[in-house]
Design a protein around this ligand. Structure first.
Ligand SMILES: Cc1cc2nc3c(=O)[nH]c(=O)nc-3n(C[C@H](O)[C@H](O)[C@H](O)COP(=O)(O)O)c2cc1C
Length: 166
């Protein structure tokens, strides 16, 4: 049996997204791969987010978030928003505007969704946040979405996996 657990989990296909939040005059956004549609009626997305992220606290307080779909080739955006907010102004030089919910929308995303917080539950070391989609738009129908697999170890996740199956 192949014991390379990071390599095994890289076989799961994910897109790459920038999740925007806005709370009390503060705007933030972070890169995420663990997002999926989970319902048609109502339209629900689920996001797995680490509770230590500054975006998590802002999301829970503001009860809204945006999902910006990154196009292939914009690894620079995945990298920039994958860093902690405290270290730099992540939005410096990035074109964005505020959406209906108040959450930041990136002009260079190929599509965007806006969600109102629905509910959450704990999922191991992450929180699974469910958002009801209240609006959204396709900005570039010809663009190809970025594949998480192509980001390599940009998120540093290879060292987060356990050494074996329990
Ligand atoms: C490609 C990539 C995918 C990521 N996916 C997730 C994810 O699905 N969930 C998550 O909680 N963090 C994810 N991260 C990590 C966060 O983007 C990162 O910890 C960020 O610094 C959090 O920002 P904040 O503290 O300003 O909220 C990912 C990072 C990268 C680069």
């Amino acid at each position: 049996m192949n014991k390379d657990i990071p390599l095994l989990f890289r076989q799961l296909t994910h897109g790459v997204y920038v999740i925007g939040v806005s709370c009390k005059d503060n705007d933030n956004a972070f890169t995420a791969a663990w997002i999926m549609q989970v319902s048609f009626r109502p339209l629900l997305l689920a996001l797995s987010i680490h509770p230590d992220h500054s975006s998590y606290r802002m999301l829970i307080q503001s009860k809204a978030f945006s999902v910006n779909v990154l196009p292939d080739g914009r690894i620079d955006l995945a990298d920039r928003f994958g860093r902690p907010a405290a270290k730099e102004d992540k939005f410096a030089g990035v074109a964005w505007h505020r959406g209906k919910t108040g959450a930041p929308l990136l002009d260079e995303a190929l599509a965007c969704f806006e969600c109102e917080f629905s509910h959450e539950c704990s999922a191991g070391d992450h929180q699974l946040v469910f958002g009801r989609v209240v609006t959204g738009a396709v900005l570039d129908p010809d663009a190809i979405p970025m594949n998480y697999r192509d980001t390599g170890d940009l998120d540093g996740s290879s060292k987060l996996y356990p050494g074996g199956f329990s």
